[in-house]
Design a protein. Sequence first.
Length: 291
Amino acid sequence: MSSWMELYPTLSSDIRFSNMLGQPGSTALDLFKFYVEDLKARYHDEKKIIKDILRDKAFLVEVNTSFEDFVTVISSTKRATTLDAGNIKLAFNSLLEKAEAREREREKEEARKMKRKESLFKSMLKQAAPPIEVDAVWEDIRDKFIKEPAFEDITLESERKRIFKDYIHALEHECQHHHFKNKKHSKKAKKHHRKRSRSRSGSESEDDDDTHSKKKRQRSESKSGSEHSSTEGSEKSYKKSKKHKKKNKKRRHKSDSPETDGEREKEKKEKERDRDREKEKDNEKDKARQR
């Protein structure tokens, strides 16, 4: 539908437009709006007439139909004399949009059918016996599938080759993925084995350290025990010798039986000196033990 802005440059240059300016009543814009409303009211009726003409002429508007061909068919009958040129254009645009929608739907349906055919063709290749290898060539294996329905459904040889290449590409990708998965699994197994060997070696070294420390402790304990026993033995022998000396002194004292007081005092002093010496020796031994 035309707009006022589109038609204004053309209408304003006409003398009739200039004569209307300043006249009482409706303006040129008002008259344009009234005319457009009248065309809209007439459009549905005139569109039915146009469809009847096309049906009688067995003419179908397709995506590649031009407006000139459409007008030629419509104007070939007397019924087109009363039709508005604008409504003829609107009817053509509407029919062309429907043709484009039909074409899009047809293409979608063709794509769906082609996908089903490709899927059947690939399943035929997958079920081949012996299985198709990655380095297979289409010309070498083509004769195996000539009588298969999936082979016959794909009429173009170029499409068969394309689908075969897609199948080989998917097969290569699957083989690489499987190989990478196995490689990854082997790496994990090696890593786990290294960890286990490290843990074992660590535990063994800890056991060796424990045994080594136990041996050291046993050696130190045996040394300290021998030293302690030697000191105890020396102390016992020293005490025995002291007791023996005391007994000898008592015997001497009894046998000598001193007669004078002076001799008794000398003996007392000697005993006290002996006691002091023994005490000093005992103190020195205690100090040595504390060290």
